[in-house]
Design a protein around this ligand. Structure first.
Ligand code: PMP
Length: 446
């Protein structure tokens, strides 16, 4: 593939050519790779400010990529930046001893989220999930983890299965087979996993009827944010909670994307869900690497007495703790989320009108600041629907036309658009006027 106007991003192309010689795939995360949609090369960034990002060629974009989620307060949020700089300059970074600020932060998290009675800090979502699953297995004395096809819970061997497995190899719709991300992951880990379709209460009930005695936990996002953005059907989350509780399995809510974003109490706050364990990362740190595992005190007791180890040289480092303390202060401002949802509604309404005006087979799904435009003529309620019906070719045209006109988001149809607190009504109005033109171009090639 080529970009619509490659000359606009010539410097990015040059950097990428050089990067590929010394960095495998030219990037430092799969989500930035050519095969994840950044074909023929990812944009190299110069800087970001608020809702805007500027690439090395000097093109400015309204940014809905937002670092894949952490930049919830926009780029370089002044209070977070100041808190981090102050901490580094006046106090340090890593001590291998606690700082009092960890207490302040933990109290803020616990006060914001009813189901979190205790919390341990770490660095990334991958770590938080790894700890959550280990803890659930230790607490229940059971082996198996239920995870849903098309979700992503980080890249550790135990869970990096069946994200985008490809329909031919993944077994029947109702009983997908565990498919590892690739070679190098021990095949025997498949025995510890049960892969199920999401939004399907019957499939979950059947799994518990079959092997409930072995199921330690069910891990899920409350809104599926790693196959585009798919909402839970009414009653689904309640059923998951009821079935897990009835069978003595833990419910792990992966709030790495939704946490501190859909509300201060995350997706579980929005839906009134009370999981046993919850994982947080992106939204927590205002752009800095910090993550958390929180949950029931009696479960966390296994961490408290050292039965389950959670280590980490950088866990609760000064940068992470000062950033998260400042970010959570910002996020606690009264009315903040109401304003965000209002601006997001403006975006949803505008996009829907543009789709209708152009009579394109497309629709918007999402909740507040996480959304995706599906180019599909069927409803999408789980991974298999998305794999069958999503038109990646049309999404690519849409993405290129938006990029060309200064609106940036991830080129993958199974990723999301993120809206930050820094996106203004004017940003959204500008996005919509660009979207109207871009959708006409999609229509022309429909
Ligand atoms: N869980 C979910 C739901 C995620 O979306 C991600 C990252 N996109 C992770 C876990 C892993 O987080 P990290 O990239 O910080 O390791």
């Amino acid at each position: 593939m080529t970009y619509k106007t490659p000359a606009r991003t010539a410097k990015s192309a040059q950097y990428f050519t050089n990067a590929r010689k010394i960095i495998p795939s030219g990037v430092n995360s799969t989500a930035r790779a050519v095969w994840s949609g950044w074909d023929p090369y990812p944009l190299f960034v110069d800087h970001g400010t608020g809702s805007r990002l500027t690439d090395v060629d000097g093109n400015e974009y309204i940014d809905y990529l937002l670092g894949l989620g952490p930049m919830i307060l926009g780029h370089r949020p002044p209070k977070v930046t100041k808190a981090v700089v102050d901490f580094i300059e006046k106090r340090g970074t890593v001590f291998a001893l606690p700082v009092a600020d960890e207490l302040t932060l933990s109290n803020k998290i616990i006060n914001a989220i009813p189901a979190v009675e205790q919390v341990r800090l770490c660095n990334t979502g991958t770590e938080a999930v790894l700890y959550a699953v280990r803890l659930a297995r230790a607490y229940t004395g059971r082996k198996k983890l239920v995870r849903f096809e098309g979700m992503y819970h980080g890249f550790s061997d135990g869970v990096y299965w069946s994200k985008h497995p490809g329909l031919n190899v993944a077994g029947p719709d109702k009983a997908p087979m565990p498919i590892p991300q690739g070679p190098g992951m021990p095949a025997h880990l498949a025995d510890s996993l049960i892969i199920l379709p999401w939004n399907d209460v019957d499939a979950l009930r059947e799994a518990f009827a079959r092997e409930g005695q072995d199921i330690a936990a069910v891990i899920t996002e409350a809104v599926m944010c790693n196959t585009g953005c798919i909402l839970p059907e009414p009653g689904y989350l309640e059923a998951v909670r009821e079935i897990t509780a009835k069978n003595g399995a833990l419910l792990i809510c992966d709030e790495v994307i939704t946490g501190f974003r859909l509300s201060l109490a995350g997706a579980q706050g929005y839906y009134g869900l009370e999981p046993d364990l919850s994982t947080y990362a992106k939204g927590l740190g205002g752009g800095f690497p910090v993550a958390a595992l929180g949950g029931r005190k009696d479960v966390m007791a296994l961490v408290a007495d050292g039965t389950v180890s959670m280590a980490g040289t950088y866990s609760a480092n000064g940068i992470a703790v000062s950033a998260a303390n400042a970010a959570l202060d910002e996020l606690a401002a009264p009315g903040l989320y109401d304003g965000l949802y209002e601006r997001c509604q403006q975006l949803y309404d505008g996009l829907e009108k543009i789709i209708a005006d152009n009579k394109v087979d497309a629709y918007v799904t999402g909740l507040g600041p996480v959304l995706q435009v599906w180019f599909a003529d069927q409803p999408i309620r789980n991974y298999r629907d998305a794999a069958r019906y999503a038109r990646h070719d049309l999404f690519r045209i849409w993405w290129e036309e938006m990029l060309e006109r200064g609106v940036l988001f991830h080129p993958g149809a199974f990723e999301n658009l993120f809206v930050s607190f820094a996106h203004s009504k004017d940003d959204i109005a500008q996005t919509l006027s660009v979207a109207a033109e871009a959708m006409r171009a999609v229509k022309a090639k429909h």
